[in-house]
Design a protein around this ligand. Sequence first.
Ligand code: ZN
Length: 650
Amino acid sequence: MRSLLICSAGLLLTANLSAQTPTQKIYPINFSKVAIEDHFWSPHLEKVATATLDACVSYTEDKTGRIRNFEKAALGSGKHEGIYYDDSDVYKAIEAIAYSLKNYPDKELEANTDGWIDKIAAAQQPDGYLNTYYTLTGLQDRWKDMERHEDYCAGHLIEAGIAYYNTTGKDKLLKVATKFADHIDKYFRVGNKPWVSGHQEIELALMKLYHHTKENRYLALADWFVEQRGKGYGVGKIWDEWKAPEYAQDDVPVRDQRKITGHAVRAMYLYTGIADIASETKDVGYLRTMDAIWDDVLNKHYYITGGIGASGSNEGFGKPFELPNETAYCETCASVGMVFWNQRMNMLSAQSKYIDVLERTLYNAAIDGMSLTGNRFFYGNPLASNGNYERSEWFGTACCPSNIARLVSSLGSYIYSRSATDLYVNLFIGSETTLDLNKNEVFVKQTGNYPWNGEVSIEVSPKKSREFTVFVRIPGWLKQPVPSSLYAYESNKANEYTITVNGKPTVGIEEDGYLKLNRKWRKGDKIDLKMDMEVRRIVSSDELKDNHNKVALQYGPIVYAVEDIDNPNAKNGLFLPDGTEFQVNYRADLLGGTNVIQFKAPVVSIDHSGGKVVQEEREITAIPYFLWNNRGKSAMQVWIPEKLTSVRVN
Ligand SMILES: [Zn+2]
């Protein structure tokens, strides 16, 4: 069975990016043009707008010294509080606030953010440099240790400046960011001074600045940063102390990179930036690298939850197939980066396999990073717990809370994309948007109850009746869990789907994972997609030692977990024999409303008085993985033994 699954997965893989004409094929429709009204996502967006941003604000300006650092830097004196990269958290919070203000206007929050921006602007040096750590500890040491995140902070400043301008029309922060970008361009690229970014981020930020300003020098600078890598230019802790250039993807020039290495967030931001650059420069070398790295991640380093970065020691990738469950690192930020990168790969290729990966990460590993209350966070997102792990209110290194906040508050950007003439429906999220296709206004509205069931309606209503194509993504999970040889459904059967237009069954052509619906669209036309959802047992390839003789449960795109709070002592005694019958029930009263999987299964335990192993048949409830640890600490497992012999009874 295991060898069979490898070839069936192989057959489903589509052509790689570098085999295609290297031009950007499709463009996302920005969240600012997409109104979300969705049973699943709206509560999360609301929590971000209230609880998550509240947490970010109070930890940024009261409970830690992040804003005080800017006040002191403006005065040029005082003790720097916190860690040298803390400025980035302020910028990332502003970016999240900017996205959220678009959907949830809040005068008070905006006025407070304006106050932060005044302080940031006042802390900028006359030459454009801006970093409170070096301003307060000695500007003579700036731009020396390439690990010290100065350019990383600049990147987040640029992203925040653009986001805040786009929402509010206020350009003060954007001007500060542009001045810093110009300083960096002059000092490094024009000044011909080598610099390897120790934490990539500035590349993708400069690409946003390039798109915003249309100034070629920002594209040139982004590309310059990428070209610096792998040439032995690194100076500072990563290189001199750790002797680990691979930690920052700097051991090999980018065009020669074929294996994923090092810190997962750094890697994701780098490849996102490279994808953005390649979409402009048509650099086939970059595309080849991304194809190889993507295949390496998916086939050797990818968790079933869509999480990446197995190892805590380097916050990143371990050896191939090293995917432990209980110690899985899977940083929330790495999942956010995985969403960014896969969206770019989809834009370059118009292939839906990248959205399959994006969706898996988004609905499982990424959203797991935030509690249902919106104000507690996971930094790492393991796939099993002995019951001692829980979300925190904040972290010393606080990258994750504002990162998940900016992703969720800009969720609208991932639902639809377009070419010049056609519409793509990528995610099934209740929402509406109006776009201009060939000078024709097209209103699009999606309704449904995904991911709890597979029925989705899409209204496509052009102002003038015209022929064009609507590409509807046919989710990869209907056929296989992931476009990867690591995982397969235990039974080979593909789930079916049907699609109708205005109630009439339609046979469209499936191309690169999308169903192509080409017709003359008229006002009020309606597509109904019905995807067959059932509980699927997932098995792993033999290389994943931690998953031997274990199965994971999935329903639609959602991976399930068994938490001991519902099933006492299940962590060490439950097993799931072949033929277990599953029932899926929607529980409005549980965890904000969720599907649960219920089944009868054996749980074994040791009767300590008699020293005997006791086996009992119990009613078991599995909940979506992302919802675990919302009711206090509890043991949890995603991968469940299939046989009594693989149960470890305590
Ligand atoms: Zn993080």
